[in-house]
Design a protein around this ligand. Structure first.
Ligand SMILES: C[S@@+](CC[C@H](N)C(=O)[O-])C[C@H]1O[C@@H](n2cnc3c(N)ncnc32)[C@H](O)[C@@H]1O
Length: 389
């Protein structure tokens, strides 16, 4: 998903820093999960991951990419929903049913068959269900007065979302599968959103991506036996509950833009049924976000937020991703980390990268050209009673 601070492209940088530091897999807290890109990579590398974020869409992605380990066979769905059953047959999947059955007899299911079924069901959500008028068509399409999605795509999003919730209500999908498919709808909607990458504004002419038909592409989950847990909560509150862990990964907002105001559309797609409860404000249809506003976006509050998080965590190692233009300056960030470190030492790794396109020179931000430096700080932390204060 197009997301400010998405670390997908920086994963090799993060991985090589961890290798150089000799940090081996254990229990990690991805405290500002966003798209869950980091939690997902940690899980693949053998970590047990706890992740947290304030936003509902992030919780959905954490459930899909970090927590989910298995996917239904979709037998119940195929039985109950004839068009979906028909889809399996049409794609030649019925013939493989025997294989799945035989493997289940020895406690296995077939990854390939399940992945193909998942892809067929995701495709059905985008193309097999008749587009219908719902909340997004009424509020986030030209018919609703806002050009976020074409009328057709908004009606497809409504239909996909309604179908998914209906299947869940009827007990036809396991929780993991529900979140994998809902994350796929959020990501699909993002691909056809008529924005420059964030939802703070829509563009007044249709962009080429917005004119494409909605696609829903589901990612099969990473299979491990590790029990990973997602939290929709404040990072510090979650850190307090985790006790001793091995790694705290901190990737907070680094400027004054609140994610709640920039991603209200995915937030609405992610939430449960709410049409009667939600009030949309203004030209872009913003929602009340008092509970989701972050102290990390404030120059005044961010340094104390970092201090509180470091004293709440029971992690042995902390890695902090930050940006050279962040609200906490380099000197202050190092001082706060040094204070929490067992030996007073802080290491810093740097990577230059091209600025994310949705970042523009507004709101008094001080941008210096097209390149930004991504900074990664490391400290070995004191844990309960360890080392000098
Ligand atoms: C830079 S983004 C993280 C990006 C993420 N690492 C990724 O790769 O997608 C910062 C995230 O912090 C979340 N956030 C802001 N304040 C928070 C808080 N107090 N506790 C937990 N998450 C918070 C935002 O919602 C946002 O998703």
């Amino acid at each position: 998903m197009r997301y400010i601070g998405n670390k997908t492209k920086l994963l090799p940088f993060l991985g090589s820093a961890m290798a150089r530091l000799g940090i081996a897999p254990g229990v990690a807290h991805d405290a500002f999960a966003g798209t869950a890109a980091v939690g997902r990579a940690l899980k693949s590398a053998g970590w047990v991951v706890h992740s947290s974020d304030l936003m509902t869409y992030s919780y959905v992605m954490q459930r899909a990419y970090v927590v989910a380990s298995t996917i239904d066979s979709f037998d119940e769905l195929a039985k109950a929903d004839a068009p979906v059953g028909g889809l399996f047959v049409a794609r030649g999947l019925a013939a493989t049913q025997r294989v799945v059955g035989a493997e289940r007899g020895i406690g296995l299911d077939s990854t390939e068959v399940v992945a193909r079924r998942l892809s067929a069901v995701a495709d059905h959500l985008a193309n097999g269900v008749a587009p219908s008028e719902g909340f997004f068509a009424q509020n986030f399409s030209p018919a609703g007065g806002r050009m976020y999605f074409t009328d057709e795509n908004a009606r497809r999003i409504d239909a996909a979302r309604a179908t998914l919730h209906d299947w869940r209500r009827r007990g036809l999908l396991a929780d993991d599968t529900f979140y994998v498919l809902l994350a796929a709808v959020i990501e699909g909607a993002d691909r056809v959103a008529n924005t420059a990458g964030v939802y703070a504004a829509y563009i007044k002419q249709w962009q080429p991506n917005a004119l494409r038909a909605l696609t829903v592409v589901a990612e099969p989950p990473i299979r491990t036996h590790a029990r990973c847990i997602a939290h929709q909560a404040d990072a510090t509150q979650v850190a307090e509950t985790l006790g001793s862990i091995d790694l705290l990964y901190v990737d907070p907002p680094y400027n004054t833009r609140q994610y709640a105001g920039y991603y209200h559309v995915p937030e609405l797609i992610a939430r449960g049924w709410f049409e009667d409860e939600v009030t949309l404000r203004g030209k872009t249809g913003l929602i009340a976000d008092k509970e989701q506003r972050s102290a990390w976006c404030s120059r005044r509050e961010a340094p104390n937020a970092l201090r509180s998080l470091l004293s709440a965590t029971g992690a042995r190692h902390v890695l902090v991703s930050y940006n050279s233009e962040g609200v906490i300056g380099d000197k202050e960030l190092r001082a706060i980390l040094a204070d929490a470190a067992i030996d007073g030492r802080v290491k810093r790794f740097t990577r230059r990268y091209k600025r994310y396109r949705a970042d523009s020179d507004r709101e008094g931000r001080r941008y210096k050209g097209d390149e930004v430096r991504e900074l990664l700080y490391y400290a070995r932390l004191r844990r309960g009673g360890e080392g000098p204060k």
